[in-house]
Design a protein around this ligand. Structure first.
Ligand code: ZN
Ligand code: ZN
Length: 253
């Protein structure tokens, strides 16, 4: 729903993805505008089950309060579970108390430690593990492993945003079917990339190669670059099976 980085532009919104599995939708990060994009894409908010927030930079969580409020107007009754750094609850509680006093449902916060690799969610259909990442603030990605169904092999999806290139990530996500890895900059801005603790498209591709991922999806594009083909080209030189994240695009794992 959003494949831009911190600065919203007419071309791209900040981060937001939906992972659909059986009858459940998992929202991964919730930048500004996510609720509108969900509606635009015909995604049913009623199916929204769990929200996972990688870190507390605004481009990954500014959309939450609006979404929570709207779900209330829709008379949701099912609790909404949010997994994030413990500071998120501290930040959101006063807003919920002020704006969402009579919410029709419960918002349940689950504190995660982004520095540690751990299983944070498990049910009959999926297991979700955190992936410690390296960024300006405590950040983790998420690894989804489908629970075994009799006839098909388990599918795995890894989400890594925001992060510098970090070799240790590769061993945890080895052999994933699809890897989403941030690619904020092209090689032209490699210095800026290091300073802000992000990755270039080439580094994202190196991660996919190292981890032997089936497919790489790159996103979190800087507003400095409006031609996304440059990202794609730089990544494909290292890892040919790369595609660009695009708003509205759906990808089968
Ligand atoms: Zn970001
Ligand atoms: Zn960030």
């Amino acid at each position: 729903m959003g494949c831009g980085s911190a600065m919203p532009t007419f071309q791209n919104s900040p981060t937001g993805q939906i992972l659909e599995l059986c009858d459940k939708s998992f929202l991964i990060d919730c930048g500004e505008g996510v609720q509108l994009k969900m509606r635009q894409m015909g995604l049913k908010t009623a199916r929204l089950y769990t929200v996972l927030i990688s870190h507390l930079h605004g481009d990954h969580c500014f959309g939450l309060i609006g979404l929570i409020s709207t779900l209330g107007m829709m008379n949701r009754t099912q609790p909404l579970h949010i997994y994030a750094h413990s500071d998120l609850e501290k930040l959101l509680r006063p807003l919920l108390d002020y704006h969402c006093k009579d919410l029709s449902y419960e918002v349940v916060f689950h504190a995660i430690n982004p520095r540690k690799r751990e299983v944070i969610f498990e049910d009959r259909t999926v297991m979700i593990e955190t992936i410690p990442l390296k960024h300006k603030v405590p950040t983790c990605g998420f690894l989804f492993t489908e629970r075994h169904r009799d006839t098909e092999p388990q599918k795995r999806y890894a989400y890594c945003s925001d992060t510098m290139f970090r070799e240790q990530i590769a061993e945890q996500i080895e052999g994933v079917d699809v890897l989403f890895h941030e690619a904020t900059y092209t090689e032209q801005y490699a210095d800026k990339c290091r300073l802000t603790m992000h990755s270039t498209a080439k580094q994202a591709a190196e991660m996919a190669k190292l981890a032997q991922a089936g497919k790489l999806v790159i996103g979190h594009f800087s507003a400095r670059e409006d031609d996304h083909e440059v990202f794609l080209h730089e990544a494909q030189e290292v890892f040919p099976n790369t595609v660009l994240a695009e708003e509205g695009r759906s990808i089968e794992v």
